[in-house]
Design a protein around this ligand. Structure first.
Ligand code: PMV
Length: 367
């Protein structure tokens, strides 16, 4: 079994003074949800997601050895970095990066040797309520791995991607599913070969053509700041009365999805995915303290989707992340009809009529 300590490097064969890399990494949408964690961002249950294609973070990482061209203030025993968001300094993102660097330093012992400039932007509108932590942490992790690969060119691709996902996980759990592959599993599962609590892996079994180019239209119901962060939500699973049963259910639902992905049964897919979304929110509503992230329009959309599906027999369904927005999932061959339905009947429930058309993608890309 692969251990976290396998990712602590011994010695690098190369030295490098300065340079830059650029990676984009997509967001992902979980089908079986990660909700609840142990220490070190180890998930309480396995999860699986579709990687998205259009909702991405693009991050450029410039680096320079401290003793050559850095501000005098950057001493050798502190992390030194500037953070730009859409080209402008963004101080309020810095504590998150500082914490990320602290967590991953053991795996990347060169971090304090460099001054970094992290220049980042999203393809989706900011404050859309779409979490940028998954794509953002994945994009930064890819860049840091490019630097480590430059220091150790012998590194295998397998190690590169596993470690990138491990680092992303330490930034934000679900970020580890935004590195590589269209369908990504994170967390040990008895029947998924290679699955690990430490990093995401590409779903290794067969995937039926019905799921190829699957579509995800994200309806922006509420773009405001969430009242309860995911960090607090995960934490509330510790003393949750239904936690153990929920964690067991996630394993069962993954088993169901293994079969569904193989036989292409979209009706069964819908049952698992919608039940997972509602279970996630049921966990929030039954935490102590309890909370609700859905909004009235979230429920209006869910009911409209159910009615449309019932009337037309078109296999469209919804899922939710930790917020009020609705992800509408449907097969590629129903795209025209579903987009018409969304434009005619769902747009009115979106804030400023905003929605984003996305679909399954392949993961992070270097540019
Ligand atoms: O990665 P985090 O800590 O923001 O947690 C994300 C949790 C959900 O989006 C609700 C579910 C998931 O598996 O992505």
């Amino acid at each position: 079994m692969i251990e976290a300590t396998d990712f602590i490097p011994s010695k690098y064969s190369q030295t490098i003074e300065s340079g830059n890399f650029q990676w984009s990494a997509p967001s992902n949408i979980a089908l079986v949800k990660y909700w609840g964690k142990k220490d070190n961002q180890i998930p309480a249950n396995p999860s699986v997601s579709f990687t998205l294609n259009n909702c991405k973070t693009i991050t450029k990482l410039a680096f320079a050895k401290k003793n050559t061209s850095t501000p005098v203030s950057a001493s050798n025993d502190t992390f030194s970095f500037d953070l730009l968001f859409e080209g402008k300094p963004k101080e309020d993102f810095k504590p998150k990066i500082q914490k990320f660097f602290e967590r991953i330093e053991i795996y990347l012992p060169f971090l304090k040797d460099y001054h970094f400039t992290i220049d980042t932007e999203n393809t989706f509108p900011h404050s859309s309520g779409i979490a940028s932590s998954a794509s953002g942490m994945a994009a930064l992790a890819m860049n840091l791995m490019s630097l480590e690969k430059a220091l150790n060119p012998e590194m295998t691709d397998n190690y590169f991607y596993q470690k990138a996902s491990l680092l992303a996980r330490l930034g934000s759990g679900s970020a580890c599913r935004s590195v590589k592959g269209q369908v990504v599993v994170w967390g040990n599962h008895a029947n998924i070969k290679g699955s690990s609590d430490l990093f995401g892996v590409e779903f290794p079994n067969a995937i039926h053509d019905n799921f190829k180019n699957f579509q995800d239209t994200i309806l922006l119901v509420d773009k405001g700041e969430k009242q309860v962060s995911s960090t607090v939500g995960h934490d509330l699973m510790h003393d949750h009365p239904f936690a153990e049963r929920r964690f067991a259910q996630a394993h069962e639902n993954l088993d169901k999805l293994i079969t569904i992905f193989e036989n292409g049964n979209v009706e069964e897919f819908i049952k698992v995915v919608e039940s997972e979304a509602l279970t996630l929110h049921a966990m929030m509503m039954t935490s102590m303290p309890y909370f609700i992230l859905m909004k009235p329009n979230t429920l209006q959309i869910i009911n409209a989707i159910w009615k449309f599906r019932n009337d037309t027999k078109i296999p469209v369904c919804f899922t939710l992340d930790a917020g009020a927005n609705v992800h509408v999932l449907y097969p590629n061959n129903t795209k025209e009809k579903v987009l018409q339905f969304i434009a005619a009947e769902l747009v009115g429930y979106c804030q400023n009529a905003q929605y984003i058309c996305d679909e399954i993608g392949n993961g992070a890309i270097q540019s």
